[in-house]
Design a protein. Structure first.
Lengths: 325, 324
């Protein structure tokens, strides 16, 4: 298990380095930030000075080595716009995105698993078909549209929930979060639901396929032969088996949920990393974009690692063979 | 007292390739404490018969005819709730493949305790105690510890013992044992056989022992029913069937057991292949492989005839009659 973990960590470091190269050179291709940093009627001497100050006059490989050296010390440069270190800026906006993604993930499991299991159980009845048709909508409706629809219904018409901003926050372990704040959670519900809809459809489909597959297994028939109730068969025997692929996929999807919260955050004016990214792209704030991408890569890698560990905890067969190796 | 009475049971599978009459007019009955050996080649419908009794036939299969009376009660008329209460409680079944019957992601204790708690309001601790006792009875060493293991930590033989222990948990009136020893090696086979026989005798439980091997039931069964292509072709007291088979198929099965028949005889095998269940011949299903076949056999399927001394037969040319 330890050997396996070390090997996985080494792999992750390699991936992170490779991403650094791609991100840095990729961003270098896009526009010249100096055009935005200084006024259009600046003199060539002023442009020269700015280029020198930010190190843009150096050859690209020099720039990369400087970037790499700083990055290894946790410094991804200062925001051109905010003047703050980019990492700090991102860390400041990250909790809002993370808590939104976490709640979205929770919603998608809460909605998707029961629906999927039920759809698998009734797969050739109208109930099963109806759920599957619904999941197609979940897949195909665009995020911003769903968000606006939810705002229209729950915020404008019914006035049940607020539609923009983050509401109150409380400090938990030095991080400001809305999820535990009395006046904060209600602000999260609509954006989290919007974010969850696509994943909930995915979970529904996964759970349905898994349930259908599990229901024809001998162990289900044997459980029935023992006189175990259908409810217990579905939510103990079947669920425990289908959670393995669901957790795997969801873990991987959590990364994309964080990375692509961009649209949802924009619709709900949610002050997270996604909104920061959009603003930074508009102002060609190179260090922030690079830092955002690097943080996203790190999050992806960490999540993958965690998923692997949870996976071994869920499946006793993997646990044992892992311990033996 | 009659525990189980199966009358003209029909279980058909409605597949794309046609209707498979997996069980087609099966009748037998079972007294308290009696052991019935249900014998037949692969695909003859033994497992489907067992599932039909428990109402566990999955689509595209369906019980299409006949009656199953358990202690005089028609099981087909029982509401689902009542049927569930019967399963694993009054009627237990041990499945054919020990590697597939236990849920791989649940611990043994979970799977045993739920079997007790499905039928009785007892505490988890009490159910656990009962599980430990049941495991001990089927010869699993240090049962209290083994309860915490997962199925994959057991060998095939040990898993089958666990399945048998689960069948014993609620002290059922009837156990349907579906080839519980076929997947195991020979020494473990006879060990388990002896154990189950002892346990059934101790508790007065009736047993349906399904097997494709007549030798297995020879020392175990009180009565034997021989199945071929979804029908019981011959049934009667075990000793009578084994010493004087009347159906050519039974005789063929006996002929292929080493050590049976007279010394020096060659080990004979039934010629031909088991029939395609989706396309059975119109007459006797065994006709294409039968050494005593006549035109009459190919035209119409023989009906069941009682031949006395508790024996029944489906054959136009039994071995008790001289070859025409
Ligand atoms: N799900 C199914 N769909 C279609 N046909 C089926 C299905 N299950 C069983 N059958 C048919 O029913 C017949 C009897 O099957 P069954 O499993 O009862 O045989 P068996 O006597 O138990 O054989 P074995 O010794 O191999 O276990 C088989 O010929 C098979 O073709
Ligand atoms: Mg079988």
């Amino acid at each position: 298990m330890l050997v396996y973990l070390l090997r996985r960590i080494a792999q992750s470091i390699f991936v992170a380095l490779a991403m650094m190269v791609i991100v840095f050179f990729g961003i270098y291709m896009v526009g010249n930030p100096v055009d935005i940093l200084i006024s259009p009627d600046a003199t060539p001497a002023e442009i020269e000075a700015t280029m020198e100050r930010f190190g843009f006059d150096q050859p690209i490989w020099m720039q990369f080595l400087t970037f790499l050296g700083n990055a290894l010390q946790g410094d991804l440069g200062r925001s051109f716009v905010h003047g703050e270190p980019a990492v700090q800026l991102i860390l400041h906006y990250m909790p809002a995105t993370l808590e939104l993604a976490a709640l979205g993930l929770f919603f998608s499991v809460l909605i998707g698993v029961p629906l999927g299991v039920y759809a698998g159980y009734k797969s050739d009845r109208w109930q099963g078909r109806a759920i599957m048709t619904g999941s197609i909508f979940g897949f195909s409706l665009p995020n911003f549209w769903v968000g606006m629809l939810l705002i229209l219904i729950f915020a404008v018409e019914l006035r049940w929930l607020p539609s923009t901003g983050r509401g109150d926050t409380v400090e938990v372990l030095g991080v400001r979060l809305s999820i535990f704040a009395e006046g904060g959670l209600q602000y999260m519900i609509l954006p989290a639901l919007t974010l969850a809809l696509y994943k909930a459809s995915l979970v529904t489909r996964l759970a349905r396929a898994g349930t259908q597959e599990a229901l024809v297994q001998d162990y289900v028939k044997f459980a029935r032969a023992k006189g175990v109730s259908e409810t217990r068969i579905l939510f103990v025997h079947v669920l425990k088996n289908i959670m393995i692929p669901i957790v795997t996929v969801l873990g991987l999807e959590l990364g994309s949920m964080i990375a692509f919260a961009v649209v949802t955050e924009t619709v709900f004016a949610w002050p997270g990393m996604g909104k920061l990214l959009i603003d930074s792209i508009l102002t060609l704030d190179r260090p922030v974009i690079v830092a955002y991408l690097m943080m996203t890569v790190l999050i992806f890698i960490t999540i993958n690692l965690i998923v692997d560990v949870i996976y071994t905890l869920l499946d006793p067969r993997v646990r044992i063979s892992g311990a033996a190796s | 007292m009659t525990v189980l009475s199966v009358e003209n049971l029909q279980t058909h599978f409605f597949t794309d390739a046609g209707v498979v009459k997996a069980v087609d007019g099966v009748s037998f009955s079972l007294e308290e404490g009696e052991v019935l050996g249900l014998v037949g080649e692969s695909g003859s419908g033994k497992t489907v018969t067992g599932f039909s009794i428990l109402r566990l036939v999955d689509p595209p299969g369906r019980v299409t005819g006949g009656r199953i009376l358990f202690r005089g009660q028609d099981l087909a008329k029982l509401p689902d709730r009542e049927m569930r209460r019967l399963r694993g409680n009054r009627i237990a079944m041990i499945f054919q493949d020990p590697m597939m019957t236990l849920n791989p992601v649940l611990r043994i204790d979970t799977q045993m305790i739920e079997a007790v708690q499905a039928h009785e309001k007892v505490s988890k601790a009490a159910a656990r105690d009962r599980a430990v006792q049941a495991l001990a009875r089927v010869g699993i060493p240090s049962p209290a510890e083994r309860l915490n293991a997962y199925p994959h930590q057991f060998s095939g033989g040990m898993r089958q013992r666990v399945a048998i222990a689960i069948a014993l948990l609620n002290g059922p009136d009837l156990i349907i044992a579906d080839e519980p020893t076929t997947a195991l090696d020979v020494t473990i086979q006879s060990q388990i056989l002896a154990e189950v026989q002892g346990l059934a005798r101790e508790t007065g439980t009736s047993l349906i022992w399904i097997t494709h091997d007549l030798a297995v039931v020879a020392g175990l069964a009180d009565r034997i029913a021989v199945m071929y292509a979804g029908r019981i072709v011959e049934s009667g007291p075990a000793s009578a069937i084994l010493t004087a088979p009347a159906h050519p198929y039974t005789a063929g099965l006996l002929g292929s057991i080493p050590g049976h028949g007279r010394r020096g005889d060659r080990l004979t095998q039934i010629p031909g292949m088991a029939p395609n269940m989706a396309h059975l011949p119109p007459g006797c299903a065994f006709a294409p492989r039968c050494p005593r076949v006549s035109d009459a056999c190919r035209a119409t399927a023989p009906e069941v005839t009682e031949t006395g001394a508790g024996r029944a037969l489906r054959c136009l040319h039994p071995l008790t009659e001289a070859v025409a």
